[in-house]
Design a protein around this ligand. Structure first.
Ligand code: FES
Ligand code: FES
Length: 174
C-alpha cells in the first residue's frame, strides 16, 4: 500500500498543453518528453533517432522554441505549450505554409527526419523572417541521412516568399 502511494506521488500529473489542448501527463518526471508524446499521447509523427540530442528527428516546439524532445524530461515542460508536427495544420485541415513548401519542393526521400526538419525550419522562420542560406545552414543542424539539405533550403526560401536560390552543393545531396 505504501509502495502504491509512493508510485502515485512519483507519477503526479504534469499539466501542460499539447497542440493547443490542455493535457495532464501521468509519466514519471524523468521520462523523456519524446516517449510521452509517442507512447502516452500516440503522436507518432515525432521520431526517435539518436536519443542524445544529436540528430533532431525528435524536434518539437516548447513555448515556440525548437526542442529535442528525446533529451528533455517531461517534468521540465510543466505549464508550457508544446507543438508537434500534428499540431501544425489548421482546424479545417489546411497545412502550414512550410508543409506546403516542403511538398512543392518534394523535399523528403525516406521521410524519417522530415517532421523534425519542418519543426526546426518553422522556428527559424518565426525567428528570422526570411533566413539567408548562411542562417539556414547555421540553424538547421538536424541530420538527414538521405542528404535532402539543398531541397530543405529551397523549401525554406519558398515558404518565406524568396526566390529559390541556387542550392549550394552538399555532401550526399540527392
Ligand atoms: S532522437 Fe532526439 S536528437 Fe536524435
Ligand atoms: S529524408 Fe531520409 S533521413 Fe532525411
Amino acid at each position: 500500500m505504501k509502495r502504491r502511494f509512493e508510485w502515485e506521488l512519483i507519477c503526479m500529473a504534469i499539466q501542460t498543453s499539447i497542440n493547443g489542448k490542455p493535457v495532464a501527463l501521468s509519466a514519471e518526471p524523468d521520462t523523456p518528453l519524446l516517449w510521452v508524446i509517442r507512447e502516452e499521447l500516440g503522436l507518432t509523427g515525432t521520431k526517435f533517432g539518436c536519443g542524445i540530442a544529436a540528430c533532431g528527428a525528435c524536434t518539437v516546439h516548447v513555448n515556440g522554441e525548437p526542442t529535442r524532445s528525446c533529451s528533455v524530461p517531461v517534468s521540465e515542460v510543466a505549464g508550457k505549450s508544446i507543438t508537434t508536427i500534428e499540431g501544425l495544420k489548421s482546424a479545417d485541415g489546411t497545412l502550414h505554409a512550410v508543409q506546403k513548401a516542403w511538398i512543392s519542393a518534394q523535399v523528403p526521400q525516406c521521410g524519417y527526419c522530415q517532421s523534425g526538419q519542418i519543426m526546426a525550419a518553422i522556428a527559424l522562420i518565426e525567428k528570422t523572417g526570411s533566413p539567408s542560406d548562411a542562417q539556414i545552414d547555421e540553424a538547421m543542424t538536424n541530420i538527414c541521412r538521405c542528404g535532402t539539405y539543398p531541397r530543405i533550403r529551397k523549401a525554406i526560401h519558398a515558404a518565406t516568399g524568396q526566390a529559390a536560390k541556387a542550392a549550394k552543393p552538399a555532401e550526399g545531396a540527392a
